[in-house]
Ligand binder design. Sequence first.
Ligand code: GSH
Length: 216
Amino acid sequence: MPERLLVIGNKNYSSWSLRPWLLLRQLGLPFAEERIALDQPDTKSRILARSPAGRVPVLIEGQLSIWESLAIVEHVAETESAVWPAEPAARAMARSISAEMHGGFAALRNELPMNVRATGRKVRPGPAAKADIARIKAIWSAARDAHGAGGPWLFGTFSAADAMFAPVASRFRTYGIDLPEPLASWQTTLLECPAMQEWTAAARAETEVIAHEDIG
Ligand SMILES: N[C@@H](CCC(=O)N[C@@H](CS)C(=O)NCC(=O)O)C(=O)O
């Protein structure tokens, strides 16, 4: 067993998998990955062999198995100080917005599922998804305005908050949801960083097609 193994779903669809994957890559932490294609006859049994929760992502380190994307982030933060911003107020806000992402925005996630290959797709968000989009823009603006002076990421330097919102940045590009500055520049920084380019290229190379995309 490799020292750190991240079990993920399809890169095209699995927004939850992207979050810890991007965090580990951006921090330069070595890990092996195991991809389990979602929505296949053996998907459930393969995931259950790795995690009793039956969902990906799962991080495996020796005897430890950590599931739930935010728990994985916090586990990595135990040994890596760069996971969260250094300044306490920024760190508190980064944790809060990451938890808000982890627990919320169901309408956005259902109506605008992550599909890296679906560039240019049009949707008409309903009222709940529109409210999610407005709240997310407000969150990003508040982070950039209060703590973004030191660099192009939400809190200046890259943190787990960028990773937690990466799938949303991807969705906004897929579905053509415009962002004002400085959020448009943040979105470009994020989506065009080498790690995201690597993820996107792998997603485009995948061949599985899942009809009910809100799986991820
Ligand atoms: N709250 C979980 C969500 C995980 C989740 O929904 N994973 C999906 C893929 S993105 C999954 O494992 N689906 C497989 C299934 O339901 O069979 C997290 O943050 O990790």
